[in-house]
Design a protein around this ligand. Structure first.
Ligand code: BGC
Length: 245
């Protein structure tokens, strides 16, 4: 079965039909640059372009980099403030003329990893953390998602964690792998103190370079592994959510 998935990110809006049996893209994804400012209206145009590129008609799953409850976007840490309390599901389904499901980006990535990636068949508490412009989180207990956990905003050394340990901060401050890994280690230790997970899955674009920083992280009891679906986890998870999986 195929469903369309769209991942709304700070720099790009990416979409592709997803093969839900394989947990992979059925066609090469199409990327549209995220408009600045990334207002709901302008982003909706880009989502329509990404979906229209494939001539898709059918259900569409869309990720959003903030809290989403029942199709309504509630926070907007890294996109335009006007998303707060927007009925994103209504906006997008009207624009596309198709049924739309909207969920948090890290939750989507986590769903994909739990079924097709590093979290397959894992019981107990599993926490996926995505490192990018912000830090996203997805918490699973025996494979079931607890949505909208927002652990990127936990306080760490007097800052929001994502203002201290995201890859955006690594780039902006020119931190080397050791310096950044130290920050990630402090953050993982804090999350571990609160949740005692069996497994941490480290996602986001930086997971491609896991060999550069994961070996530098010490003292974490939970097994800590890179995500396996890399950049496509959000698109795959969005499609899974739209299929009710
Ligand atoms: C947002 C989260 C999102 C994460 C990654 C954070 O700033 O609050 O909802 O999952 O960034 O995009």
């Amino acid at each position: 079965m195929q469903i369309f998935g769209v991942d709304i990110g700070g720099s790009g809006i990416k979409g592709a039909p997803v093969d839900l049996d394989r947990g992979d893209l059925a066609q090469e994804r199409h990327k549209v640059l995220t408009p600045q400012p990334a207002t709901p209206d302008k982003v909706a145009d880009c989502v329509a372009e990404a979906v229209g590129h494939f001539g898709w008609s059918g259900p569409v799953g869309v990720t959003f980099p903030g809290v989403v409850t029942d199709g309504i976007t509630r926070t907007a840490a890294n996109v335009d403030r006007s998303w707060v309390d927007t009925d994103a599901r209504a906006l997008l389904s009207e624009r596309l003329g198709l049924p739309v499901t909207v969920l948090n980006d890290a939750d989507a990535a986590g769903l994909a990893e739990m079924t097709f990636g590093a979290g397959r068949d894992r019981k107990g508490t599993v926490i996926m953390l995505t490192f990018g412009t912000g830090i996203g989180s997805a918490v699973f207990t025996d494979g079931r998602l607890v949505a909208n956990t927002e652990m990127g905003h936990l306080e760490l050394h007097g800052h929001e964690a994502e203002k201290h340990a995201s890859t955006k901060v690594k780039d902006e401050k020119g931190l080397n792998w050791h310096q950044w890994a130290h920050r990630v280690q402090m953050y993982l230790a804090h999350v571990e103190m609160l949740f005692s997970p069996e497994l941490f899955i480290i996602g986001g674009g930086v997971s491609r370079k896991a060999d550069k920083f994961l070996p530098l992280i010490e003292g974490i009891r939970a097994e800590t592994v890179p995500a396996e679906l890399r950049n496509n986890a959000g698109i795959v998870g969005a499609a899974m959510a739209a299929a009710g999986r």
